[in-house]
Design a binder for this molecule. Structure first.
Ligand SMILES: C[S@@+](CC[C@H](N)C(=O)[O-])C[C@H]1O[C@@H](n2cnc3c(N)ncnc32)[C@H](O)[C@@H]1O
Length: 256
């Protein structure tokens, strides 16, 4: 039977690759790449390819690339647009597994960070199997997440003892007036929703391009650092054409 690995590779630094990831990479016959148009995404492909060159050394493999469908920003409500986009990605992935692997071969997708965090690949494989159109086995290899890299770089725990953590996206950050969790971790904030976050006394721990040569870190009380955040993010985006950044917002404890 065909087998697919979803291998978490961490958020950029090859040193984040686990021994489990390297073991899996060395079983692969076909590495699949979904390539996005422009926006510097080729930098992320280059990082993946250099990892393969250095660590997938025990077996001959092929690389098969396909165009990653773009999300249609004019395709109606957000959830509908995401569903429609997921379906197109799913068809591309099903096509690759069907036509680019022989029976008994092993294929892999190298997943940025960890496959379980804001990544649709697991659901895509499960939906292809549920539709009964293809038969294959699959295995998940966990990776270091961008959240762990952020905590590492700022040398902080994700929560102070006993506190809750909420993980959310920039799009959803300001939907609620009050957050129950003392710590909010935000990914996917392309539109800088952070600038409108109402609790200006919260502490911000921000990181851009974590684990890469372009890494930027910033921390401090939101009211004091929000302008620096905006400036650094704008400059970085202008310089590279794209940015990936993550942050933690931590409620200050009332002074006793
Ligand atoms: C689609 S999600 C994928 C998350 C990934 N699966 C993980 O485990 O980190 C992409 C978001 O992850 C965050 N991210 C991923 N890599 C990052 C990095 N090296 N530095 C900062 N943020 C990163 C950003 O918030 C980005 O918008």
């Amino acid at each position: 039977m065909k087998k697919i690995f979803l291998i978490g590779i961490g958020p950029g630094d090859p040193k984040y690759l686990t021994i489990q990831a390297i073991d899996a990479m060395n079983q692969v016959d076909v590495f699949f790449f979904l390539e996005k148009e422009g926006r510097g995404k080729d930098d992320l492909i280059k990082i993946r390819k250099s990892m393969m060159k250095k660590y997938a050394t025990k077996k001959k493999y092929r690389v098969v690339s396909a165009r990653d469908p773009e999300r249609d920003v004019n395709a109606g409500p957000y959830e509908k647009a995401v569903d429609e986009w997921r379906n197109r990605r799913r068809d591309v992935v099903a096509g690759l597994i069907k036509s680019k692997m022989k029976e008994n071969q092993t294929g892999a997708f190298l997943i940025w960070g960890d496959p379980s965090l804001y990544d649709g690949s697991i659901e895509i494989l499960q939906s292809i199997l549920a539709a009964g159109e293809l038969r294959f086995d699959y295995e998940i290899v966990p990776g270091i997440t961008s959240i762990q890299a952020l905590a590492e770089k700022h040398r902080i725990p994700l929560n102070r003892t006993g506190e809750a953590i909420e993980i959310t996206t920039g799009r959803r950050l300001n939907e609620k007036k009050e957050h129950d969790a003392e710590n909010i971790v935000v990914l996917l904030d392309q539109a800088s929703a952070l600038k409108k976050f109402p609790d200006r006394s919260a502490d911000l721990y921000w990181g851009g391009y974590l684990g890469t040569k372009d890494e930027i870190l910033l921390s401090g009380k939101l009211a004091d650092v929000v302008h620096d955040y905006d400036r650094l993010k704008t400059q970085a985006r202008e310089r590279k054409g794209w940015i990936m950044d993550t942050y933690i917002l931590r409620k200050r404890k009332p002074v006793e």
